[in-house]
Design a protein around this ligand. Sequence first.
Ligand SMILES: [Zn+2]
Length: 224
Amino acid sequence: MAAISVVVTELAAKVLATACAMNAAGINRGSAGNVSVRCEGGFIITPTGMAYDSCTAADMVIVGADGTVNPAAKRKPSSEWRFHRDIYVARPEAGAVVHTHSPFATALACQEQGVPAFHYMVARFGGADVRCAAYATFGTQELSDAILNALNDRCACLMAHHGMVVVGRDADHALALAVELETLCEQYWRVLQLGAPKLLSAVEMARVLAKFATYGQQDNKAGS
Ligand SMILES: [Zn+2]
């Protein structure tokens, strides 16, 4: 792999800043979650098992699209590098991936529940629901396959007995979507306390999706 460029150094700093922001936003704790951004020939991802506030950009790890870790890397990549890699390969629009064990998304995921159309903002993630990927052991190809399946036509999914993953056009977008999804999961959790949730119709969710396609800064792009 070529020498580490200024662009890669800047992207590595962005990966670290996003990982720290994820924890500061309260959607992740410790080193549980991970963040990556696409770079030429692959992606840059947070290292495994390190506290982000004690990392420097040089601790971020470059991984090729074939899963090969850059030989110059100081650290081992996140144990979840495989699903990050598979998302970049399968989803050309993906510029960044954020994975967290955020409290409310994880609570729903531990009940193997996705998020149905209880609120119109669910459409922000590309469809009438946010699915929950089937459980598989962390770090496995089986987990990656389950996530890719749940992400079909979506830019986010929950992960059974694990957490959530969000795909954005860049790191800021992915982080913002992760915060939005955790917010929706908290709202849905509260709704569930009130009894059987009342859901919007498929027709209404299709209308909302059509509006989002042309709304504001078109933030829904990564999911459509
Ligand atoms: Zn995880």
